[in-house]
Design a binder for this molecule. Structure first.
Ligand code: FES
Length: 131
C-alpha cells in the first residue's frame, strides 16, 4: 500500500509549542498495583505550573503509547523530531525530565536529552532483534 505524503504546511495550529512531553499512563506505565514504577502525575502538573512551562512545553498524560516492556515511557516531541525514553523510575528521573523541560522553555528551542536519561533513549520503530 502506498503512503500518501501530505504537505504539512497546508494546516497550521494557532497553539504553537516548543515541545510536547507525553508521559504514558496506560495499562502498565505508572501501574504500581501491577508492580510498575509510579508516575508522579500530580507532582508533574505542579512542577509545570510552578515553573511556568505553560504552553511553551506542553504536558500531556496519555494512555498506552505502545512499548509497555519499557515502563515508564516518555515521548518528547519537537520540531526536530521525537525522543522516546523508557524505564523511568524514581523522582531523580522525573526531576531530570522537568529540568529538561525548563531548559527547553528558557532556551526557546529544543535541547539535548539530559545525560542521566541518555542511556534509556530508544527508537520506537526499531524492535529488538531476535537471536
Ligand atoms: S502502558 Fe506505557 S507504553 Fe503501554
Amino acid at each position: 500500500m502506498a503512503i500518501r505524503h501530505i504537505d504539512v504546511a497546508e494546516v497550521r495550529t494557532k497553539r504553537l509549542a516548543l515541545s510536547q512531553f507525553v508521559f504514558c499512563q496506560g495499562c502498565c506505565c505508572g501501574r504500581t498495583d501491577r508492580g510498575k514504577p509510579e508516575l508522579p502525575v500530580e507532582w508533574l502538573k505542579s512542577q509545570w505550573k510552578e515553573k511556568s512551562l505553560g504552553k511553551a512545553v506542553q504536558l500531556t498524560i496519555s494512555g498506552c503509547l505502545g512499548p509497555c516492556d519499557l515502563t515508564n515511557v516518555l515521548c518528547v516531541m519537537g520540531p526536530g523530531g521525537q525522543r522516546w525514553i523508557g524505564n523511568l523510575s524514581g523522582m531523580d528521573d522525573y526531576r531530570e525530565v522537568v529540568a529538561w523541560a525548563v531548559e527547553i522553555a528558557r532556551a526557546g528551542e529544543t535541547a539535548p536529552v539530559p545525560e542521566p536519561l541518555a542511556s534509556r533513549v530508544f527508537d520506537r520503530f526499531l524492535a529488538e532483534r531476535e537471536a
